[in-house]
Ligand binder design. Structure first.
Ligand SMILES: [Mg+2]
Length: 198
């Protein structure tokens, strides 16, 4: 069995994009876009391209360093530590922005990719569709548990063998209510379900 985790708001106790936006004094632009995206009013791919465009000139090393200092959900990280071989972080965020975070979390990860030159994002190379990672593991014969909270987790959670909507940082997106197997609202409840499934 593989446990796939969304990153923003599921492992991190804050959304990462507002943190990045503050570094570039771009909070007003990003906050609006983030709210609309979480609620599913702007398609994720379109929103993601817009966000990267707004934030691309902020030094990549500054972003990675700042994100690595966002507090993580301790119990969720303990679960990942204890099941490291079977846990995977699946995020639409750029890998270059999340390097510090990934190092702290310590398990395998999949993310979107950008070309970086002189510490700045030059262009997007790929945007991760989370459902492709669910399919990847299912094709290897694994049962997949997917833990997410946003509209961009919807397809992955629909395809997963077991889905958990986690309302840790904000309420799960409305779209998840009709498809999720479990819904939890704190990390203790989330880890109880994860341990029951082991
Ligand atoms: Mg999230």
């Amino acid at each position: 069995m593989k446990f796939l985790f969304d990153l923003d708001g599921t492992i991190t106790s804050q959304e990462t994009l507002p943190v990045i936006a503050r570094l570039g004094n771009l909070s007003d632009k990003i906050d609006q876009l983030t709210r609309e995206t979480i609620q599913g009013n702007v398609p994720f791919i379109e929103s993601f391209i817009q966000r990267v465009n707004i934030l691309k000139d902020i030094p990549v090393s500054l972003i990675s360093d700042s994100l690595s200092r966002i507090p993580l959900y301790r119990e969720v990280c303990d679960f990942i530590d204890n099941h490291r071989e079977n846990c995977v972080v699946v995020t639409g965020n750029l890998s270059c922005w999340c390097e510090g975070l990934f190092a702290k979390i310590g398990c395998k990860n999949f993310s979107s990719e950008a070309l970086v030159e002189n510490d700045a994002v030059v262009k997007l190379k790929s945007i991760l569709r989370k459902e492709t990672i669910v399919e990847l593991y299912q094709a290897q014969g694994e049962k997949v548990v997917f833990v997410g909270d946003g509209n961009n987790d919807l397809e992955a959670m629909r395809l997963a063998d077991i889905s958990i909507a986690a309302g840790l940082t904000h309420n799960p997106a409305n779209s998840l209510f009709s498809i999720t197997d479990y819904m939890v609202f704190n990390e203790t409840a989330l880890c109880r379900v994860l341990n029951q499934l082991c």
